[in-house]
Design a binder for this molecule. Structure first.
Ligand code: ADP
Ligand code: ASP
Ligand code: MG
Length: 457
């Protein structure tokens, strides 16, 4: 039995947390492969720091070194500290060289390289914690493992096939020998060997890629909440833990804003039928949430509600566009050139509207401007939008569910700006102004999560 265990930033964010995690790993049965995020706060620190480079180079490296050395000094002493420092200084040396490498700083993927540094150090620390507890362990970077990625800067996708064949050569022998690898999350490497990150929160996806590559029996995502909840507990304090979900439900919620899983985590495990558990590293006695292929149907009207903020609607007007699908195709092709994610599309006789992240609006405009001016009459943009994703069992086959949901939206005094229903059979998605979205989620959650559908209707 092979289990891939992923520990997020808060789970490895302090000496106590790291000790707790080491115990969870040691107590687990079978073969284990560990994937880690950077210690909490480190990636944010690097993201901020990279914009100030090269002026802030010395401050950045000193503070980075201090943050990690402080944690290490509380975890190791004597021989274990000396052993750790040897590896630590070698990695710090490489990081220092990277920061002073003028040519590297011109590379479009430089930010990927800098922001992925946190994982290289958290994995090193955790591997040494395991070793000082008498367990055989090795810290491996994505370069060491051959986790391959492709795509644009800061939004890579894993090359599953290549990663699988490389990891079988480079990682499998450790498993066979009973050594626990502690692998860097968050990034893979391009064909040129340089890092490409998977987007913020990408260590969940890394762990799913590792589980896929190693044909694991189970993927465990260890985080700071009891499991996948009926809503973000930071917004809805009385959100309840969901015991069991299927892959589609979890994938829709993660894609539409449930931060507990990176949006792309599900696919690599779903295709290999590898079940996934979400668990709390601060409460290892809790069973967490199991996400798998099948689950028993339940009667709740809604299982979980997620929201995604900072979105914009771009509405493109053109006479009788509905009769000119080739024009719609040209517009989509232009948007696709930037590889932006389109969260929803809706059409009418003379309008096609897209829901996108607000950061992408500028680049979409630049692309649309290259279309034949005769094609488009007018483009309107609505900013500060948020998408609500409501997931429930066979939501769309239950008569009257939409009416119920939109009555709740009216109660929150929100105007529905766009609707997407029918694209997935487990979710209903709609767009409201960002200023109202928290109220909408609260009302929907209070009314329908945990309530029987018959009661709700
Ligand atoms: P990690 O560092 O372990 O990857 P994250 O901060 O990325 O942790 O994800 C865990 C956080 O996700 C929780 O603290 C919670 O606030 C947030 N969250 C959002 N939606 C949900 C949900 N439906 N269920 C559980 N947590 C959620
Ligand atoms: N450390 C990265 C981030 O903060 C990846 C992760 O935590 O999953 O985005
Ligand atoms: Mg996360």
């Amino acid at each position: 039995m092979i289990t891939v265990m992923k520990f997020g930033g808060t789970s490895v964010g302090s000496p106590e947390a790291l000790q707790r995690v080491a115990k969870i790993i040691i107590d687990g049965s079978g073969s284990k492969i560990i994937v880690v995020s950077a210690m909490s706060g480190i990636t944010n620190f690097l993201v901020k720091g990279v914009d100030g480079l090269p002026d802030s180079r010395n401050d950045l490296i000193e503070e980075f070194e201090k943050k990690h050395a402080d944690v290490a000094s509380q975890l190791f002493d004597g021989e274990s500290l000396a052993e750790f420092m040897k590896d630590f200084e070698e990695r710090m040396g490489r990081f220092r060289n990277l920061l002073s490498d003028e040519a590297a700083s011109k590379d479009p993927y430089y930010k990927d390289n800098i922001t992925s540094q946190g994982e290289r150090f958290s994995s090193l620390i955790l591997s040494h914690v395991l070793r000082s507890a008498g367990v055989r362990s090795v810290a491996l970077t994505s370069e060491d493992c051959g986790i391959y990625a492709e795509g644009r800067p800061l939004s890579g996708s894993a090359d599953l096939r290549k990663s699988e064949s490389m990891m079988n050569i480079k990682v499998k022998p450790y498993i066979d020998e009973g050594v626990i690898p502690v692998i860097t999350g968050f990034y893979g490497i391009k064909n040129d060997g340089l890092p490409l990150t998977f987007g913020r929160g990408g260590s969940d996806y890394s762990a799913a890629v590792v589980a896929n590559a190693m044909n694991a029996d189970l993927l465990e995502i260890w985080t700071d909440v009891d499991g996948f909840m009926s809503a973000d507990p930071r917004i809805i304090p009385d959100a309840i833990k969901i015991e069991e979900m299927n892959f589609s439900e979890a994938a829709e919620l993660a894609y539409f804003g449930a931060k507990v899983l990176h949006p792309r985590t599900i696919e690599p495990v779903r295709i290999k039928h590898i079940p996934l558990k979400v668990r709390n590293s601060f409460k290892p006695e809790e069973p967490g949430t199991i996400i798998h292929h099948l689950r028993r149907p339940r009667d709740d009207m809604l299982r979980s509600v997620a929201m995604k903020t900072d979105l914009s609607i771009i509405a493109i007007n053109s006479a009788e566009i509905a009769y000119h699908p080739e024009m719609v195709a040209r517009i989509i092709e232009k948007i696709a050139e930037n590889e932006v994610v389109i969260y929803s599309i809706s059409t009418s006789l003379s309008t096609v509207a897209f829901l996108v992240h607000s950061n992408d609006v500028k680049s979409i405009f630049a692309k649309l401007n290259t279309l034949d001016p005769g094609d488009i009459e007018r483009i309107e943009v609505k900013n500060d939008m948020a998408l609500v994703c409501a997931v429930g069992d066979n939501l769309l086959s239950k008569c009257g569910v939409s009416a119920e949901i939109f009555t709740a939206v009216k109660e929150a005094k929100a105007n529905v700006e766009m609707i997407s229903e029918g694209a997935s059979d487990v979710s209903l998605n709609f767009v409201v102004p960002m200023s109202r979205v928290t109220d909408v989620v609260k009302i929907l959650h209070n009314k329908y999560v945990g309530s029987e559908s018959d009661e709700g209707l």
